[in-house]
Design a protein around this ligand. Sequence first.
Ligand code: ADP
Ligand code: MG
Length: 239
Amino acid sequence: MVDEPTQQEAIRAAAEAVADRLEDEKEYLTELDSAIGDADHGSNLARGFRAAADAVADDEESTPEELVKKIGVTLISKVGGASGPLYGGSIMSASQTFEEGVTAESSVAFAEAYLDKVKDRGDAQLGAKTMVDALTPAVHTFKKSIEVDELPPLTAFAKATAAAERGVEYTVPIRAQKGRASYLGWRSVGHQDPGATSTWFIMQELLEVADDYLEGETDVDARSPTIPEETPDEVEEEA
Ligand code: ADP
Ligand code: MG
């Protein structure tokens, strides 16, 4: 795992990468939200994550925990709608798990705490057609890959990101039971959930940045839905 100043640098780089990606995806996310919501998800998130990236960009003083908390706090104040408190509040509260820095173990703890908070705040279970549907398989896959399969963190996160994509696909045929989309009832069927989609995009960017900072661990393509077939462990066994 990388040392402390590098962790802070990675967190700032991640905030920047996520802000850039959401800026790129603004129209697409808004299009998804216009089908089953009020067409503001793309602009909400692009604005919020840009402000969050700016808030930490020149901060050389804060610990990893403080930086992540700052990102959450900024999101709460800049992202409107349902997703502001869900993203911002959950990041803010889960930031405590990074008290001792960012490791594979604390990242699993962060992911679990984040999912718990989102479910708590939004009162949404799996299958309600929300961001929870992308997050749940992602967090479970990440935790199992680290704790049971003992995969390297980057491989574990690549698998988690692929699981998030499956979760996004799963939102399409189901009926919304939470948030604005639920007002449509059965008419929400057939549409992809914007919040699940933005969750997956964010994970892709985190994976890219993790790949830059955990160099040489394994070669992953964050944009590709395929899970790396060979883990470094398997490669070693073959050699
Ligand atoms: P709003 O719906 O207030 O306009 P956004 O458009 O920014 O907010 O975000 C919509 C997304 O928020 C949805 O696609 C869904 O993933 C997520 N969401 C909405 N309500 C909930 C909830 N109760 N629990 C979890 N996620 C939710
Ligand atoms: Mg909306």
